[in-house]
Design a protein around this ligand. Structure first.
Ligand SMILES: [Mg+2]
Ligand SMILES: [Zn+2]
Length: 320
């Protein structure tokens, strides 16, 4: 399943349609759930999206040279987490009336109904967690995470995803990967007093390209600006973005010529970026270098190259 943009250009929309046959979605929510500005709820599990980094995150560092941004569904994990959780439903599927209730452009709302249905069917947190924890990582993801673990002085990592806090935090903790990430940006979700998993939209934004609940470019831009300020004006040398979906294209367009975008090979993001690079009516100008990946090891190989190139460049600059 792929979550897409509802206000795309015809060309863009056609490609979205082509690549998102199983599910495509956006959301219409007119309130902001950012902590301190949106309505409060009795959610007990997961924090609002812009909450402070977890205690396990490293303190604010001025030394990291690279920012690596990860999508979650089909980038970190091998399938869509929403699909995996549906397997906890009776018969491991949704009833036809619920599937038919989906309206294009309103995916977040659809998932709210799916989670409400699961609760009505008596699917409790342990069953949802078990379904999530069975999802395998993408091929080579362990090698990529191992590389980042060994290079935490250089790499700052974040997740930007249209899944939700409960799914992502649950999976990352199960696989011992939560401490790798300084922050997780995603739709807030948590169990209410009645034991129902409640989902909310991430934020409001003005990007016509993206679903109403989330523009990943806005998230990346705001994060880069905030981190630069926190790092006494020092920007990252390079920004790296690893993704697979159509909604990973918008943030890719915010990156500069020295940055690298990693679209999963033959997935929607890859096909859409190929259209952009070819100069045809695509999503807009793409400045970053594109390095398709099939395995996390492909990303590691590129990072090692970038790393040595940057080091050499720094040394040369230092010699001047
Ligand atoms: Mg994805
Ligand atoms: Zn956008």
């Amino acid at each position: 399943m792929v979550k897409i943009c509802s206000n795309a250009t015809p060309k863009y929309a056609a490609e979205f349609t082509q690549v998102t046959a199983s599910k495509s979605a956006t959301v219409k929510c007119n309130w902001v759930s950012v902590e301190g500005r949106g309505p409060r709820s009795p959610l007990t599990v997961m924090a609002a999206p812009n909450s402070t980094p977890p205690a396990s995150a490293p303190p604010t560092s001025n030394g990291k040279r690279f920012l690596i941004v990860f999508d979650f569904d089909e980038t970190i994990i091998a399938e869509n987490s929403d699909d995996a959780v549906v397997r906890a439903a009776p018969g491991q599927r949704l009833p036809d009336w619920l599937t038919a209730s989906y309206r294009e452009g309103h995916y977040n709302e659809h998932m709210q109904r799916v989670l409400a249905y699961l609760a009505e069917q008596g699917v409790a947190e342990d069953a949802i967690r078990a379904a999530l924890e069975k999802i395998p990582p993408t091929p080579g993801l362990a090698a990529l995470f191992h590389f980042l673990r060994t290079r935490q002085d250089d790499y700052e990592a974040v997740v930007v995803s249209d899944a939700n806090t409960y799914f992502i935090e649950t999976w990352l903790r199960r696989f011992g990967a939560r401490p790798l990430f300084r922050q997780v940006f995603t739709n807030p979700a948590g169990f209410d007093a009645a034991g129902r998993l409640v989902l909310r939209p991430f934020h409001a934004h003005g990007c016509a390209r993206c679903p109403d609940n989330m523009c990943k470019q806005v998230i990346v831009r705001e994060y880069l600006a905030r981190r630069r300020e926190e790092r006494s004006g020092r920007a990252f040398q390079q920004v790296l973005y690893v993704g697979d979906g159509a909604n990973d294209v918008c943030p890719s367009l915010a990156l500069g010529p020295g940055d690298v975008v990693f679209p999963r090979r033959d997935f929607p993001m890859h096909r859409l970026l190929e259209g952009a690079a070819g100069g045809v009516a695509g999503p807009g100008p793409l400045k970053a270098r594109v390095v398709p990946w099939s395995s996390g090891e492909d990303v590691v190989a590129c990072l090692q190259t970038l790393d040595s190139a940057t080091t050499n460049q720094s040394n040369e600059e230092g010699d001047v």
